[in-house]
Write a protein of this length. Structure first.
Length: 284
């Protein structure tokens, strides 16, 4: 039993017929009949007496109608309560983003605007050292960055995205199916993002942990530029799996173990105010 079925029964009862109810509900008569029959099967009782001249409520229908109206009114009140709550949550939320750490902000922000129209979001992209200072001095409410880039004292970090990273190269060969070690990747991964970018931060950490030195020859600021360099065999690049999937003509090689992880977090105060909490629900 669902609200659509209840609404249809009430419309038939109040309009005195299936055709008139269909006009009220902006649908066709056959749909109204189908919905009512499905509900009657579910209830195990006929709600309407049907003949060529009129449609009337059966005793079961007369007993059911007040309950259906009550349920619809309760649903309407629930919607109104939610709408009031949405508008009651207001305020400005400042988000500091590490370059490249939030590739599709429009998804979360569009949903937030729909659900909490009273919340205004300001997004500021800045390098890690500026974000660390901003969150400490409370000039931003949320920091979106590679895990560990924001201070943790007195703050909370929530996962936003976590996935594997792969070494992307131009041509597939027999070695493409074999996992690559950090030492092997270091000589190939010469295409990377500029220092301070999220992907560069995650990649540098991996090579530093493996105590492997590499030299970045080509620095870029967006994934299509990196892919174009790789495509012309000017070097490989380490990318998150989801980003690498955007370039199916390139080959992605997994790391043997201890490879880089694309681990993005949202860092914020322990007891966020309602507007910040609303943003976090959509972000996380």
């Amino acid at each position: 039993m669902d609200l659509r079925q209840l609404e249809t029964v009430v419309a038939v009862a109040e309009e005195g017929g299936f055709t008139a109810a269909a006009r009220r509900l902006h649908t066709v008569q056959s749909t109204v009949s189908t919905v009512v029959r499905a509900l009657e099967r579910d209830l195990g009782a006929e709600l309407f007496e049907r003949n060529t001249h009129r449609v009337a409520l059966t005793p079961a229908g007369k007993a059911f109608l007040p309950a259906a109206r009550t349920a619809l009114e309760a649903a309407s009140q629930a919607r109104a309560t939610v709408d009031r709550a949405r508008w009651q949550v207001t305020g400005e939320v400042r988000i500091g983003v590490m370059p490249g750490a939030w590739p599709e902000p429009h998804r979360a922000l569009s949903a937030l605007r729909r659900d909490y129209p009273g919340v205004r979001v300001l997004v500021r992209t800045a390098p890690p050292h500026q974000l660390r200072e901003a969150v400490v001095t409370s000039t931003v409410d949320i920091v979106v960055a590679v895990a560990g880039c924001a201070p943790s004292d007195g703050l909370v970090s929530r996962p936003v995205r976590r996935e594997e990273m792969v070494l992307v190269t131009a041509a597939g060969d027999g070695a493409a199916e074999r996992p690559v070690s950090a030492a092997e990747a270091a000589g190939t991964a010469v295409v990377d993002f500029a220092p301070g970018w999220a992907i560069r931060e995650a990649t540098d950490r991996t090579f530093q942990s493996a105590r492997v030195r590499r030299t970045v020859v080509h620095e870029v600021t967006d994934a299509p530029s990196a892919a174009e360099l790789v495509r012309h065999d000017l070097g490989g690049c380490v990318l998150p799996v989801s980003v690498a999937a955007q370039f199916p003509d390139l080959t992605g090689r997994r790391f043997a173990r201890g490879g880089p992880a694309w681990h993005i977090t949202a860092t914020h105060a322990r007891d966020p105010r309602p507007a910040v909490a609303a943003v976090l629900r959509h972000l996380v």
